[in-house]
Design a protein around this ligand. Sequence first.
Ligand SMILES: O=C(O)C1=C[C@@H](OP(=O)(O)O)[C@@H](O)[C@H](O)C1
Ligand SMILES: C=C(OP(=O)(O)O)C(=O)O
Length: 444
Amino acid sequence: MSASASPTPRRFVAQGPLKGTIRVPGDKSISHRSIMLGALALGETRVTGLLEGEDVMSTAAAMRAMGATITKTDSGEWVIQGVGVGGLLQPETALDMGNSGTSTRLLMGLVSSHAITATFIGDASLSKRPMGRVIDPLSTMGADFTSTEGRLPLTMRGASPAVPITYRLPVASAQVKSAVLLAGLNTAGVTTVIEPVPTRDHSERMLKGFGANLTAETNEAGERVIRIHGPAELTGQTIEVPGDPSSAAFFIVAALIVPGSDVLIENVGLNDTRAGIITVLRQMGGSIEEVNPRIVGGEPVADLRVRHSALHGINVDPAIVPSMVDEFPVLFVAAAHAAGRTICTGLEELRVKESDRITVMRVALELAGAKVAETEDGMIIDGTGGAPLPAGAAEAVATHLDHRIAMSMAVAGIASEGGVLVDDTSPIRTSFPNFEALMDGLVA
Ligand SMILES: O=C(O)C1=C[C@@H](OP(=O)(O)O)[C@@H](O)[C@H](O)C1
Ligand SMILES: C=C(OP(=O)(O)O)C(=O)O
């Protein structure tokens, strides 16, 4: 697989317990959607707590290229002047999505019902990821695509007018759901998505918040049926982005597995469709206390007090996978320190993220001295029962342009005897630019 043009390796070593209070950056999913919906709304949208990671900046650059004005004020607030649904302009050059699957798939949906031709390009990791899952429904709505086997680089000719569809998701994916709903914004009639397995619902919440006529209900078969009535008119909003639970997960696991740790992580988003990692870590015996629960930007939020805990292995219920799909790499690290066996199944989707997160984590954890076995759709991990992993290998863990592999193995490193050399920390900038600074501050 691939590496950055100028990789930044680092050996992460044990430095004692994690102690103190931190605040993780804004939620990546909500940040992407704030910019996209702000850019499509009439009037001004103001966003505080926006994640300033490279993935979100790719979304911002694309929306600017299609006519929105997006600026950051001296106080750190982001201000977006939208163009109105249907008002996107033809971009003059290819839209560079960098490493970001969310930017690519959601923007393909958004653009597909505009009279625009757009070319999407990305880095080596993104260029391997499957886009057929959005090409299929968007083609049915009338958009036309040229790509090599459904991968980037890809050129789309949007449909105007687009045709509303009813689409049952063949894969549990919030990105595919969102792509179809966003296409429905500029499509006359009712666009319907049927979701057999619930996935993160930020698009639904935010589309409603911006004024779209959107309904979500559960049918007799227990499936979620989401309908959007187009064409929609969106109005600029003021948004406070809560902290990202997927980013918090690295510090939750680190505090649970490094003896003596006691950490408060402030302002963590706890939307049910995202909080699976907390449920699973508690089932494993983790001490995670919710302090000061409240609502921020329409989402449930709390501060989390996490203390070192004796973890034990469990069979992770595959039904919980969509609510923690990005957290499995770091869950594997927790399981490697638990007493007994942890079995994870239903993880097929992990193979099509920034890297194949099953194989890449199996190889990385083996290098650190963990007992792990890969299955077709999951991982079996026999933990140390609380002892540190030996680690100490001279060979570097290969992160394959995947931020979550780099951060997960950084956590493994600070809990290990000999330290873990990560081949490239630069992908961390895509989702969590101050990860290393926060970690170094907590162990100082
Ligand atoms: O909609 C979103 O913001 C996301 C959905 C998930 O992807 P899938 O829809 O491919 O599961 C997740 O892995 C990604 O980090 C963000
Ligand atoms: C899968 C992820 O993101 P994306 O699909 O946006 O690249 C992630 O952040 O773990």
